[in-house]
Design a protein around this ligand. Structure first.
Ligand code: C2E
Ligand code: MN
Ligand code: MN
Length: 409
């Protein structure tokens, strides 16, 4: 099958643009044996390349490009299959936007093959090319900082520094992970993540509970999470609790019980955020509506967890508007490399800005992911990059700091 891959990248500062032709010629040599053809557009700073050929060959060329130091900020834009090549089979041809007018480049590109391609003007590859040629924003409109502009310093959190012992009769434990606003140096909240008595994962713990007792155990566990929050000394900070929505629906008086635990631990409902996952909300939406109203009426905050991993998507916000939306790790991972993920996050942000919903990016592990997300306006982050969950305590946090320009590597 004939595969198509389009990516955008930035020319590494160290390379002189005049060396380009020679480089393309050399690359052509290896592309020819792999039967990879296409075009390369260059605007003086950014590249857009269309690769066409057998899937394995296209993949191996792209892998090579990914390790090539001449390219930086590589972002995959399109992966698709096509009935035949768009461009005539003459290897990889370079179009230099610095020397030719945009309209002339577009005509040349069309002559080079797209003219003969079925319905070229409705072809997505063609649209990517046209957009690159006519746009002054070939970085996708995002000016992200680079990892070497930042250094991280490990600082203790303003809470109890110890790992607290379990309380008598405690059937489960909690690990706490901070959600932070790195550039404000602010802890936005602490998420309480359930652990088994032996420290096992939520999945392992819930597997030990009889299915008919699941919701009861989930709700009851929150008493221990809140007790731990109090012992940690969370002060005015916020605490996020994960809850199966059905726990609020199936257990009579669930919201009152939760409010009881909150009051008992000298916390206020305004400090509490209940996180429910996208899929769970959708599957029990009608019943859950009632529970949501009770939570909201009591002043408890609501977050949609794992947003983007399920089926609902943005349409969920037409039915239900939470205070907070947490973008799932599957979207966050390698966001700096992936055009479609970037488009999804931009749409989520636009929607949430209009609806005054705050956004958290979950599962941030790489500095590059954080740099890109900050640049598009995400302000709150959770992930191993900043802090891992800590059992019965609050971990120290890795705070990023901008390195003064003269000290950057
Ligand atoms: P979640 O609410 O989305 O919690 C985030 C999960 O991602 C946690 O896993 C956390 O350890 C992990 N995580 C955080 N940062 C990173 C990162 O940078 N990289 C990676 N790879 N992982 C990261 P955990 O603690 O295993 O929890 C899994 C899920 O279990 C939670 O996902 C939540 O949906 C559920 N859960 C946790 N506690 C409770 C609870 O008390 N009740 C209910 N019903 N569900 C809970
Ligand atoms: Mn959660
Ligand atoms: Mn999540």
């Amino acid at each position: 099958m004939l595969a198509t891959l389009i990516y955008r990248s930035r020319l590494n500062r160290a390379l002189i643009p005049s060396q380009l032709t020679a480089i393309v010629e050399r690359a052509n040599h290896s592309n020819a044996t792999l039967q990879v053809t296409g075009i390369l557009l260059f605007d003086g700073e950014y590249f857009l390349q269309v690769l066409e050929g057998p899937l394995d060959s296209v993949n191996s060329v792209f892998e090579r490009i990914n390790t090539d130091i001449r390219h930086s900020n590589i972002v995959e834009l399109l992966r698709d299959f096509a009935p035949r090549r768009r461009f005539v089979d003459r290897g990889m041809v370079l179009f230099d936007l610095r020397t030719v007018q945009p309209a002339a480049v577009l005509r040349a590109v069309l002559r080079f093959g797209m003219v003969r391609y079925n319905q070229a003007s409705s072809d997505r590859a063609y649209k990517f090319i046209r957009n690159f040629i006519s746009s002054a924003n070939n970085n996708g409109g995002v000016r992200n900082t680079s990892p070497n502009e930042w250094r991280f310093t490990h600082k203790a959190s303003p809470f109890s520094q110890e790992t607290l012992p379990m309380l008598k009769g405690q059937p489960c434990q909690f690990a706490f992970q901070p959600i932070i606003e790195p550039l404000r140096g602010k802890i936005s909240s602490l998420e309480a993540l359930i652990r088994g008595p032996d420290g096992g994962s939520p999945q392992d713990y819930f597997a030990t509970i009889a299915p008919e007792k699941l919701h009861e155990a989930d709700l009851a566990s929150k008493a221990w999470a809140l007790a731990m929050a109090r012992r940690i000394g969370i002060g005015n900070h916020k605490i996020a609790l994960n809850l199966l929505p059905m726990s609020l629906v199936k257990i009579p008086g669930a919201v009152d019980m939760l409010l009881g635990h909150i009051a008992h631990n000298k916390l206020s409902p305004g400090q509490i955020i209940v996180e429910v996952t996208e899929d769970e909300v959708i599957s029990s939406y009608d019943e859950f509506t009632w529970a949501i109203r009770q939570l909201r009426a009591a002043g408890i905050g609501l977050a949609i967890d794992d947003f983007g991993s399920g089926f609902a998507g943005l349409s969920l916000l037409a039915k239900f508007q939470p205070d907070k939306l947490k973008i799932d790790r599957t979207i966050v991972t390698d966001i700096h490399l992936h055009g479609p993920k970037q488009a999804i996050v931009k749409a989520i942000l636009e929607c949430c800005a209009e609806l005054q919903i705050s956004v958290v990016a979950e599962g941030v592990e790489k500095v590059e992911e954080w740099c890109w997300l900050e640049a598009v306006g995400v302000e709150r982050f959770q992930g191993f990059l900043f802090a891992r969950p800590m059992l019965n305590g609050v971990p120290a946090i890795n705070w990023p700091e901008r390195i003064p320009v003269n000290k950057q590597t």
